[in-house]
Every structure is written in C-alpha cells, then in structure tokens.
Design a protein around this ligand. Sequence first.
Ligand code: SAH
Length: 237
Amino acid sequence: MQGVVMHWVALALAGALGCATKAPSPVDGREAERVAMVATQIERRGIHDARVLEAMRRVPRHEFVPARVVDAAYDDRPLPIGHDQTISQPYIVALMTDLAMIGPRARVLEVGTGSGYQAAVLAQMGADVYSIEIVEPLAREAGERLARLGYAVHVRAGDGYRGWPEVAPFDAILVTAAPPRIPEPLKEQLRVGGRLVVPVGVGYQELVVVTRTATAFETKDVIPVRFVPMTGEVQKP
Ligand code: SAH
C-alpha cells in the first residue's frame, strides 16, 4: 500500500457543544442485550470505570459486524469481519479502553481499525480518535460506517507501525493486532503520562501497557491474549 491512501473524517460533529462525538440513536431495539453484555461480560470480570461501561452500553456493536453474524453481535467472543480479520471480544475492547485511561478530550491513536468498533467506543467517550487500517477495503468500510453512525473518527488506510506523526503526541495508543515486539515509533508518539496498550508476541501473546514518564518508559504485562498478527513493516527482518 502506498503511503496515505485515504483519509476520511466524519464531520458529524456536535459543533455547538464542541464535543468530539455524537451518540447514535438511543433506541435500536438492542439496548437490553448491551446492558446484559456489560453486566455479565465486563463488570463481572472487574471493569468498573463508569465512562467505559456507559460507552459499551451505547455503541451499537451489531452495526459493526457482517449481516450473517449479526445475531451473535453481543456474544462473549470475537467475530469474523472478513479479510481474515476479527472484531475483538467485547471484554477485550473494554479492558483495553480501561487500561488506556481515556479522558474526555484525549487524543487517541488506534492501530488496526478493523470494523471501527473500538474506535467508536473511544469516540463515544469523547476522545479525538485517529485510526489506521492496513487492509484498504476494511479502512474504507469502517470510515463509511463510523460516519454514517455519527462518530467523528479520522480513519486512514496504511501501515500503522510508524503511527500518525502529523498529529502526535497521543494521550493513548491502542494496537489491536499483535506485533512480535513493541513498536518503538509508537512509544515515541506518546505524550508524557500517555499509555500504549498493545498485544505483543508470536504464538504466545501478552497484553502490555507502556507508560511514558518524564524520563523513561514503564512496561507492565497484563494478561495473555490472542490477536491477529500485525502485518507490514514490523514483520520485516
Ligand atoms: N479494532 C478492531 C479489530 C481489529 S482486528 C475492531 O474494533 O473491529 C486487527 C486489525 O488490524 C485488522 O483489521 C488488520 O488488518 C489490522 N492490521 C494488522 N496490521 C496492521 C498494521 N500494520 N497497520 C494497521 N492495521 C493493521
């Protein structure tokens, strides 16, 4: 893929409020499933941040999965989204969001847009979200979907290994495909106090949080996870 192929910005901003996102239609017939998903899959596993839970209750996950699996949208598992890729399990989306400690106007980078669901959860929390996807049709579909649903997310097709330097530094960076080792360019695009949440490893993967302090990077392992591999430059010897 050659450089920056596409860049969509959904400009459905609630401008008067200066807010970075617009909530989707509050009534879509699947609220009860989302409430149950949050209670049984997320809160029960120890995530209690009210803003994360509320975002997970609001984003219509069923809009982010292919029609053939729409009935399973709120199940406790990842689902296929085409191109050999998956939308993460709801709990993993909530966990990564929680670990990233997203403030109301945080600037956030996501590497691996996929369906756009994780980006929507971040935008729902009020973050200014930049997301990069290496599979061009997925980037295009996710950009269109997010715009249609009213999420002002900046989506770009390309390799996210080198981040998005034009808009760095970020308060948080979430990587939703697993590199064999922590990508140095992403660490460098963190603000002091910022956090990089990334699954790392080949075969065995660990979810890692890197926090940038004034003088160093602190790395903490969280739990074993299973993500699709990060492709592109990071795989080159
Ligand atoms: N966050 C997504 C799930 C992502 S699955 C969601 O909410 O639906 C991981 C995605 O990372 C895949 O779509 C894959 O194509 C993408 N990906 C893999 N390597 C990448 C890279 N180097 N740069 C950007 N995207 C990458």
